[in-house]
Design a protein around this ligand. Structure first.
Ligand code: NAD
Length: 296
């Protein structure tokens, strides 16, 4: 069994750490928020006094932090953990961050002979709790192979997307497509409604025709056709508008950095940005259908 340092025990990290403990690993937990550490301790973790403490003398160090600035702060700036860990420690950063920060931090680790991967996830808090997350990983073959057994405990689908940063690239490209598809699907349901087609009839036709997509068939933004979709629960998340907006902003930042044309990605960022600015950041992202219908 391995000794693991885990930093960032929030909505996602708390459950991920719990699954590693349940699998028999020993875990040192650190978070700036004391209550998050206390919860981890109640589940069998040891409290670390500092980030450096969590990173010292462990086989694996895992971080699950909000954004690129936190990851840079922990690894190469304030806490500078790249200088703290043993060279044999494997580092896994599962935070969703900008591609460039992921590449920079991994390059720093690699220069010191440390194996590190970026491994952002999809699957939400429910997936973190159930251990069914999807991991999208970037890094060397060796680092990925070392990480895989730990990712398999926390997730169901684990992909190696290539070099460092490619996990983040896969995640933001997928979520940009999801944002675009959700808006397009919402527009189609709203137009169908105004043209006198009820949602179920349009769904029955389009879900077996060429407009079919995941936003329609698994997460339908119109109430009715998919009983489990947030549309039937007053658009409670699910996946909140502000989280979609974060990923769309990361996608635009990445698109600008490589001069990629993403006009619909940009429109999607603006539409979700307006929804958030209007005070609906906590709504499920499929709630965009109400804004587009002029009902928010
Ligand atoms: P969260 O805000 O609940 O947890 C982040 C934790 O990091 C907090 O407990 C915070 O105190 C801690 N933290 C911040 N800076 C720190 C530092 N310097 N040192 C130690 N601890 C620090 O966020 P979350 O929902 O768990 O999400 C974590 C990451 O996973 C984000 O990048 C998010 O985009 C991504 N993600 C979240 C979801 C989701 O559904 N929540 C889904 C997929 C991906």
């Amino acid at each position: 069994m391995a000794s693991i340092g885990f930093i960032g025990l929030g909505n996602m990290g708390g459950h991920m750490a719990h699954n590693l403990i349940k699998a028999g690993h020993s875990l040192k937990a650190f978070d700036l928020f004391d209550a998050a550490v206390e919860t981890a301790v109640s589940r069998g973790a040891t409290a670390a006094a500092t980030a450096a403490d969590a990173a010292t003398d462990v086989d694996v160090l895992i971080t699950m932090l909000p954004a690129g600035k936190h990851v840079r702060s922990v690894y190469v700036e304030n806490d500078a953990l790249i200088d703290v860990v043993n060279p044999g420690t494997l580092i896994i950063d599962s935070s969703t961050i900008d591609v460039q920060s992921a590449r920079d931090v991994i390059a720093n680790a690699t220069a010191k002979g440390i194996d590190m991967i970026d491994a952002p996830v999809s699957g939400g808090v429910g997936g973190a709790e159930a251990g069914t997350l999807t991991f999208m990983c970037g890094g060397s073959d060796k680092a990925y192979a070392r990480a895989k057994p730990f990712l398999d405990i926390m997730g169901k689908n684990v992909f190696h997307a290539g070099a460092g940063g490619n996990g983040q690239a896969a995640k933001i490209c997928n979520n940009m497509l999801l944002g675009i598809c959700m808006i397009g699907t919402s527009e189609a349901f709203n137009l169908a409604d105004k043209l006198g087609l009820d949602a179920q009839t349009f769904f029955d036709i389009s879900s077996t025709a060429s407009g079919q997509n995941w936003s329609m068939t698994s997460y339908c933004p119109a109430p009715g056709p998919i009983p489990t979709s947030p549309a039937n629960n007053d658009y409670q998340p699910g996946f909140a508008v502000d989280m979609m907006l974060k990923d769309l902003r990361l996608a635009q930042e990445a698109a600008r950095s490589v001069d990629a044309a993403t006009p619909l990605g940009k429109d999607s960022e603006e539409i979700y940005g307006k929804l958030s600015d209007d005070g609906h950041g906590g709504l499920d992202f499929s709630g965009v259908i109400k804004m587009l219908a002029g009902k928010l």
